[in-house]
Design a protein around this ligand. Structure first.
Ligand code: BG6
Length: 459
């Protein structure tokens, strides 16, 4: 991990860099995870100098002051203004990378981070290939000494056909073990814990099937509107922004069979296998919050959904007849994300008729696991009430050491692909989303008021 590293970020002044990557680089540098000799090259169309970009990052980080060590880290950030559609940008980058290796007298590791609109991927891949950037080092260096890895943000492509074409192209440039398709939800602590929860606790795994479970919902609501991401969002919409990736990834972890071993290959293969079994049911809803069309970058006649809900089934014996739901929306009253597993209630001929048991994995705002069960209400009578058993990652003092993007960087650097989406998973997710999109479009686009409570949209 101490081999010199050069990180190249395409989209260096974009939303992702601003919201996540700038902070992540500092955090992993401070935790000693980045090699001492790391440089970060940011590429974007804005005309900035190195210092102007560093100042912009300072503004983004909003820290009151910076330690000597942090100031030193700022000097490792370099900016390259350039258009992704222009060959010159890639020639300039190639020169910069070559010069660094010359200075080092060795072939540095290189990590390309693609934090740009999916519509730019094809050109970007072609430019990378055309400028020789898929080759780890300039001629004369030991090509085995350094590696190249590429991190690609979601959504990968704009639709199923295009994603397949892009993937083929990417596959001609890089080996699958060099490609890291990012889905940061897979790196969330509560989500990683799903594997342990399911496969280290026979108590729950024994009840993990259609005999006991009625439905499973994966839901994510956000208070935020699209904010300044209108021009990106309007081309993508809620289903592709979040459903195609985060929600289906979570669903695959809930529904998959036990991997043969704890390895990236086995886990990714089980996630993919269960996605292959998913069938899209007819009902699918789409809606847009009132005022969306006035957001900056959004077309005035936009039909893009900011909310969707879809019903799915997993076509195997384990999940026969269980209803799976994925649902997401922006502009709701509360930011929350959770997986809700609803068990069957007792039938009236049993001794008590309680409320159905629920098992909830809350990802946001709290990181907790909760079981809803029936208990006797204290008192002279025999009334039954709903009670809860909870485990909180944070409140119980187990604070996560890594935030999702930190974890993803660490894993990418060490070459662990478990938390990254495989080519097969990506294709299956697109197949499912194409089906949902078709069904969703059969229904009119509803309009909802911003700040609405979840559950109220269909009333
Ligand atoms: C991103 C989506 O992938 O995830 C955003 O593009 C969304 O629209 C975000 O807001 C949510 O991530 P988190 O980690 O803040 O829940």
């Amino acid at each position: 991990m101490q081999h010199p590293l050069t990180i190249v970020v395409f989209g260096a002044t974009g939303d992702l860099f601003k919201k996540k990557l700038a902070k992540v680089f500092f955090d992993i540098y401070e935790k000693g995870i980045l090699p001492q000799d790391t440089e970060i090259i940011g590429i974007s169309r804005k005309l900035l100098t190195d210092n102007e970009w560093r100042d912009w990052i300072k503004e983004v980080l909003k820290r009151e002051k910076y330690s000597e060590q942090e100031e030193k880290f700022f000097s490792k950030f370099f900016y390259l203004p350039g258009d992704i559609k222009d060959k010159k940008t890639f020639n300039d980058l190639s020169i910069k990378l070559g010069e660094r290796d010359e200075r080092l007298k060795r072939c540095s590791n290189k990590l390309f981070y693609l934090a740009v609109f999916p519509a730019l991927y094809q050109e970007l891949f072609e430019m990378i290939a055309g400028s020789g950037l898929a080759i780890p080092c300039a001629p004369g260096f030991d090509q085995q000494e350094g590696w190249i890895k590429i991190l690609v943000e979601k959504p990968f492509g704009e639709n199923a056909d295009e994603a397949e074409k892009l993937d083929l192209l990417l596959g001609t440039l890089f080996m699958e073990n060099q490609i890291f398709r990012v889905d940061h939800y897979l790196a969330k602590e509560t989500i990683q814990n799903l594997l342990v929860f399911r496969f280290a606790n026979p108590l729950f795994e024994a009840l993990w099937c259609s005999k006991h479970i009625r439905s499973i919902s994966v839901k994510m609501f956000e208070e935020n509107s699209v904010k300044e991401r209108g021009s990106f969002y309007d081309k993508v919409g809620a289903l592709k922004d979040v459903g195609q990736n985060h929600l289906l990834s979570l669903l695959s972890l809930i529904a998959m069979e036990m991997p043969k071993e704890f390895s990236a290959e086995s886990i990714r293969s089980e996630r993919e296998k269960v996605l292959e079994l998913i069938k899209v049911k007819d009902e699918a809803t789409r809606a847009q919050y009132d005022g969306y069309k006035n957001e900056v970058g959004v077309s005035e006649n936009s039909e893009t959904e900011t909310y969707f809900k879809a019903n799915l089934k997993v076509d195997n014996n384990r999940w026969n007849d269980v209803n799976f739901v994925i649902e997401h929306g922006k502009g709701f009253s509360k930011t929350e994300a959770f997986i809700e597993i609803t068990y069957f209630e007792n039938t009236p001929d049993e001794l008590f008729l309680g409320t159905p048991n629920k098992l909830i994995f809350e990802i946001q705002p709290k990181e907790k696991i909760e079981i809803e069960f029936s208990a006797k209400k204290p008192g002279f009578g025999f009334e039954i009430e709903k009670q809860y058993m909870q485990f909180h990652y944070k409140e119980d003092g187990v604070s996560p050491f890594f935030y999702p993007y930190e974890k993803l960087f660490v894993d990418a650097l060490s070459g662990d692909q478990t938390l990254f989406v495989s080519t097969g998973e990506m294709k299956e997710a697109w197949r499912i989303v194409s089906g949902i999109e078709k069904n969703m479009k059969k229904n009119d686009l509803k309009i909802y008021q911003k700040g609405i409570d979840r559950g109220n949209l269909e009333k």
